[in-house]
Each structure stands twice: as C-alpha cells, then as structure tokens.
Design a protein around this ligand. Structure first.
Ligand code: FAD
Length: 399
C-alpha cells in the first residue's frame, strides 16, 4: 500500500508528538520553561489545534565577526547555511587555519527543529553538555500487552547550547559570517564564487552546501524518488498523562486507537491528516492540553539517490544524502562526519598542499561517501523501500 503509519512515540511527561517512531522528544508538562508566560489557554478535550503556541522563535545575542561586503574577499571555503551541519563543519575546518565564510540570511536565529539523539552519540562527540533533557532508558510498546525496554539513554538537544557552542568555536577560529541568501554558485577551473541576494559576490576555493533538504545547489544523476517522514510535534502543558517520566517512549506500535505516525510514505501523507490523528490519540489517552508552548511541523525527505559524486559544490547535512533512509535521524551522524570532511578539506587546502578544482572535489566527495558508506546506505534504503511496501493490515502479524 505504500504507506507505513505508526503510532507516535508518545512523550514521557507531556505531549511531544513528533510522530517519529525514533526520535520524539518528550517534554515537560510540570514546569514549562521560565520565559514562557504561564498563560492558560483552553482547548476542547484532547484537541490542541485551536491553540496558538505561546513561545516565539528566538534569536541569539552573540557577537559575530561579519564580512564587510564592500571589501573584495576571498576565502578557502564558503559554507552556505548555518544549521547544525554548516556550523559544525565551519567550526571543524577553521581549526586547521582554513579561512571560512558562512553565509546565511539569519545566522543568529535559533535552530528551528527539535533534535532527539542517543546520549552516547553526543558523549562521543564531546557534546553531552548540549543536551537539555536525558532519559536513562527508552521503551518500545510492541502491543497492548508487551513493552520492550532498551538500556540506552536518550537525550533532547538544547538548540541554544548547541548553537552557542558551535558559534563560539567558529568565532574563536576566525570564521566570518555574511548575512544573506545565496542565489547561485559559479565555478572556474580552480575557483568558485557565490552570488547573494544583497548583490555581493564572495570567492573561495571550495563551496560547501549546508542549506538543508531544500537545497538547489546540488545535482543528481537520477530522479529523486525519496520517501517522506511527516510529523507534528507539540510542547504542551497537560492536566495529566499516563507516561513513566524515567523512560523515553521511542516507539509505540499499539493500535488500540487511530494510528497517526507516518514514518515514511511516498507520496507524503497529508499534514492535516497527521494532526487529526494526533488529536484522536490524545483523546484516546485522556490527555487534555492546557497550554501549547511550541509546535513543529516535521517533513523529512528520506532515501532516494545520492548526489552526483563528485561535483563542484560539496555538501553536508540535509543536502548531502546522510539522513538515515529508514528512520530520518541525521543530526548526530552529520556532526560526527563534519570532522572527516574537515580533515579532507585541510589536506587539500591547508598550508602544505594546494589541491584545488577537480582533484579537490573528488577527494572531499569520496571522503564523505566512501564505497563502504554508500553500500550501507543502499542497505538502509532497501529497508525504507521495504517499509513502503508493507501492507499494514496483512503485516500486523509480523510485528
Ligand atoms: C522538524 C524536524 C525535526 C527533526 N528532528 C530530528 C531529530 O530529532 N533527530 C535527527 O537526527 N534529525 C532530525 N531531523 C532531520 C535533520 O537532522 C534536520 O533537518 C537538520 O536540521 C538538518 O540540518 P542541516 O544543517 O543540514 O540543515 P538545516 O537545519 O535545515 O539548516 C539549513 C540552513 O541553511 C540556511 N539556508 C537555506 N538556504 C540558504 C541559501 N540559499 N543561502 C544561505 N543560507 C541558506 C537556512 O537559513 C538554515 O539556517 C529533523 C528535521 C526536521 C525538519
């Protein structure tokens, strides 16, 4: 039937319906963040769609070193986008003395997405101080009678701490920032440049696209037949809930109520339908939303072909194909791959070597996507295609 619908991983102590079977971030119902006014809103029982989130997008108060566009500048690397991927790469590659400029229309805006990660992944990256909530265990509800417990801690990323940490690293390594949107990238044999919406043109030896899933800078040889994960998430205050606060619910396969998670589908499930099903779940669980602190639309393209390897623009993050094709996880992996790419860039553009043009593109793309990693991705994509083919009615037995 082409669509896999799963119940969402319900939040531990509030309604955090990201409907990711894998990375819902349970949220606190008891004490909302201090800066959120305790304005009690009213909702019909189990519904929240009529509520306005009280929290508004924040900007960071941080002193960036900005590019003076009136001065003609040349860098080693231009990074398009200051999401987690772009900032992490900027922070890593600038440690080698490589001159980096990050271009983003809003470099101080908070990351818009909430991220869930395994705690050990962030520990191995030295980023455990960037988690704002951790759960010592996770659980998976197989059905109404059976629950599996996983002895692996899960965490919700503090977007503010992660962004501040990456920005601090960038600034102390001399990274420049330019507040603009990149319109196009142009290439000569050994040099590239970006043209921005403010009319500025910046040159570099390498352009890295970290502008996320909607990138227009990356080329593909094959049709992009990806699947989509779609979810709606809320951070809310609720009257009561049935969850154990020590255990993060990673997956909930119970179907004694309407299923609403679209882990992967092709074409994408309607967003309104996902929301409607979430209302049904809350009603089924007897959860009344008192106030809505934050909400989030999540749409992640998954799988599909890799970008053409190599090509003149390098990519990292959402534009590079690293999202896990059958779960949608990406952030920890990208943060871990950025140093690998930074090493390759430094070997080519660092002080001792000057490898530019085609040999540079070849080197960086193949270091991000060596053959073994491409094979692993093929296997995960096979998993995604299998999920797309499951018929829920017939296949319930195999769960
Ligand atoms: C709602 C949501 C929730 C997610 N949750 C998780 C999760 O829990 N765990 C997980 O592992 N993954 C998650 N993902 C998947 C993935 O990790 C995120 O999408 C992640 O934000 C991708 O990071 P990125 O840096 O590649 O791109 P983005 O975070 O999308 O950042 C792109 C940046 O590029 C800038 N930009 C765009 N176009 C231009 C341009 N033309 N010129 C200059 N700048 C530009 C944007 O302003 C933005 O700052 C989630 C995705 C979504 C959408």
């Amino acid at each position: 039937m082409g669509t896999l619908l799963r119940p969402p991983p319900p939040p531990m102590f509030s309604i955090s319906q990201r409907h990711y079977s894998s990375f819902t971030h349970p949220l606190n119902t008891q004490t909302p963040p201090r800066k959120v006014p305790r304005r009690i809103q009213s909702s019909t029982f189990g519904s929240f769609l009529d509520l306005e989130p009280v929290s508004k997008p924040e900007s960071l108060d941080f002193d960036l070193s900005c590019l003076d566009p009136s001065v003609r500048s040349r860098f080693d690397v231009i990074i398009i986008g200051t999401g987690p991927a772009g900032l992490r790469l900027a922070e890593q590659v600038s440690r080698y003395g490589i001159q980096v400029c990050c271009v983003d229309p809003s470099p101080l805006s908070m990351f818009p997405n909430n991220y869930g990660v395994w705690v050990d992944e962030f520990e191995s990256l030295g980023l455990e101080d960037c988690l704002d909530k951790t759960w010592p265990m996770t659980c998976v509800h197989i059905n109404d009678h059976k629950t599996k417990y996983l002895d692996r801690a899960y965490g919700r990323v503090s977007r503010k701490k992660l962004k501040m940490k990456l920005l601090e690293g960038c600034v102390s390594n001399g990274v420049k920032f330019h507040k603009a949107k990149v319109w196009k990238a142009e290439h000569q044999e050994f040099d590239s440049s970006v043209v921005c919406d403010d009319g500025s043109e910046i040159k570099a030896s390498l352009i890295v696209d970290a502008s996320g899933f909607a990138s227009t800078f990356i080329e593909y040889d094959k049709p992009r037949n990806h699947g989509y994960q779609i979810a709606h998430g809320i951070l809310a205050e609720v009257d009561s809930h049935p969850y154990d606060l020590d255990k993060m619910v990673l997956m909930d396969w119970r179907d004694s109520h309407l299923e609403e998670t679209s882990l992967v589908s092709r074409p994408v499930l309607s967003y309104m339908e996902v929301k409607r099903r979430m209302v049904a779940r809350l009603r089924h669980l007897g959860i009344r939303v008192r106030s809505l602190i934050e909400d989030e639309k999540c749409l992640i393209p998954m799988g599909g072909p890799l970008p053409r390897i190599p090509q003149s623009v390098m990519a990292i993050g959402g534009s590079s194909g690293v999202v896990h094709p059958s779960t949608g996880y990406m952030v920890a992996r990208t943060l871990a791959l950025a140093p690998v790419l930074a090493d390759a860039i430094a070997e080519c553009l660092g002080s001792t070597r000057m490898i530019r043009g085609q040999p540079l593109y070849h080197r960086v793309w193949n270091d991000l996507w060596p053959v073994e990693r491409r094979c692993t991705r093929e296997f995960y994509s096979f998993g995604m295609e299998t999920l797309l083919k499951l018929d829920l009615q017939c296949d319930k037995g195999i769960l």
